[in-house]
Design a protein. Structure first.
Length: 416
């Protein structure tokens, strides 16, 4: 694989996109909607003429801040803000008011959820008529993760209030189903076990049955949980100090020890992990702009490659997600880009325009024809660089088959 942006120069050099209608205008909304869904907007992003701001009470504008949210100028010392929608994606209305930590799609419908540092977890419905805010709820601290149940009826989330919460979409009932001793970094519904599993900075995995406040089981980990993914029965946990643990959930009650345990093949801190759809392995992304592709059994097929780098800087790989049917995958980086990759043939399939700010999360929907991605500050330069005027945007790209379909016949070894 070629090093990311090997011939592109420094990523902060903004590239002028094709001429499009002014961001925030009705024409721009209709243009982006038609580009994504292939038909007129018919009522705008809210489908039925819902008031701007919708369920979350935002204030007009494509990104909840009015048409001038990305205008030039501003107060002295403020960063110059440009529209992050450089790929002409559909814009999700009423985004969070702070950085977006995670996003999730329902497995049964085009229902999208996002957790945020503003303490909220928000839910939208995506249809041919547009993207409509449906509901929201709050943690008592920044929300760090969210995930749907297999039937799409429940959403679980965790955050810096150390709590695991569950929202029932049909009734909008909400309850606290678990408690950790430190922030909850990851949470997943494991419907095959009728449980919810959560990973925390308190160095534990805890299993909850949603019926009692105490965990059914607690597994001690060598370090804090930084990332986690589940494709039953495969559970992969990435911890601080590059620790990585692989569990077989089918045997975990009889044998709670990890099936495999060690450190990642990468040299720097783990940022994200994602399981293969066929459950034979996983991918790990780190803060050094590198991805490791690893197999649980046939380790001879393991490899690593560089990405999300420019000639001058190296950026974190913030998120990895696999296409549900093609086996290809996406990476989202601190350089402001998202890229589609083919792991079988070890090549880049599609590189998208830089959004000008970090892409903090990205997920394919259950069918694989839409890719949602979040653009917001990723804390890589500390709290002093988290300016309130920076965009917090959630967008949806309509996936073309050629962008995610593997391209055989070009299998070449990738240099580490």
């Amino acid at each position: 694989l070629k090093p990311f942006f090997a011939q592109e120069g420094h990523f902060w050099r903004w590239r002028r996109p094709p001429r499009v209608p002014r961001p925030g205008s009705a024409r721009a909304n209709a243009h982006r909607h038609a580009a994504m869904f292939g038909q007129p907007a018919g009522g705008g992003l809210f489908g039925g003429g819902a008031p701007a701001g919708g369920a979350f009470g935002g204030s007009g504008g494509m990104f909840g801040g009015g048409a001038a949210a990305f205008g030039g100028g501003g107060l002295v010392g403020q960063p110059q803000i440009k529209d992050p929608n450089t790929n002409q994606s559909a814009v999700v209305p009423s985004p969070p008011d702070d950085g977006i930590s995670a996003i999730a799609w329902s497995p049964t419908a085009n229902i999208l959820a996002a957790s945020s540092w503003d303490k909220s977890v928000r839910i939208w419905e995506v249809s041919p008529n547009g993207v409509v805010p449906k509901m929201a709820y709050n943690h008592e601290g920044p929300a760090l993760c969210c995930s749907f149940s297999k039937d799409g009826q429940r959403l679980v989330s965790g955050g810096c209030d150390n709590k695991v919460r569950m929202k029932v979409l049909a009734t909008q009932q909400e309850q606290v189903i678990g408690q950790h001793d430190a922030p909850v970094k990851e949470v997943f519904c494991v419907d095959e076990m009728n449980m919810v599993v959560s990973g925390s900075w308190d160095k534990t995995l805890r299993f909850w049955n949603c019926q009692q406040p105490t965990p059914i089981a607690t597994l001690n980990l060598p370090e804090r949980v930084y990332s986690m993914d589940v494709k039953f029965p495969l559970l992969v946990v990435g911890c601080a100090d590059r620790h990585l643990l692989v569990y077989n959930l089918q045997n975990i009650q009889a044998n709670p020890q990890p099936y495999k345990q060690g450190q990642t093949a990468l040299k720097m801190q783990t940022r994200t992990v994602a399981c293969f759809p066929d459950k034979t392995g996983y991918a790990v992304g780190s803060i050094e702009g590198r991805v490791s592709v690893a197999y649980v059994e046939d380790t001879s097929k393991n490899f690593a490659f560089k990405c999300h780098r420019s000639n001058e800087e190296i950026f974190a790989v913030n998120s990895i997600d696999f296409h549900p049917s093609m086996g290809t995958f996406s990476t989202c980086g601190g350089d402001g880009t998202f890229v589609f990759w083919d792991k079988e043939n070890r090549q880049r399939l599609k590189q998208f325009n830089s959004c000008g700010l970090p892409v903090t999360a990205g997920k394919f929907n259950a069918v694989g024809d839409m890719f949602a991605y979040a653009v917001s500050y990723d804390w890589s330069k500390g709290h002093e660089s988290n300016h309130p005027s920076l965009p917090k945007a959630l967008m949806i790209h309509k996936v073309q088959e050629a962008e995610v379909k593997p391209k055989p016949g070009t299998n070449q070894r990738t240099r580490r």
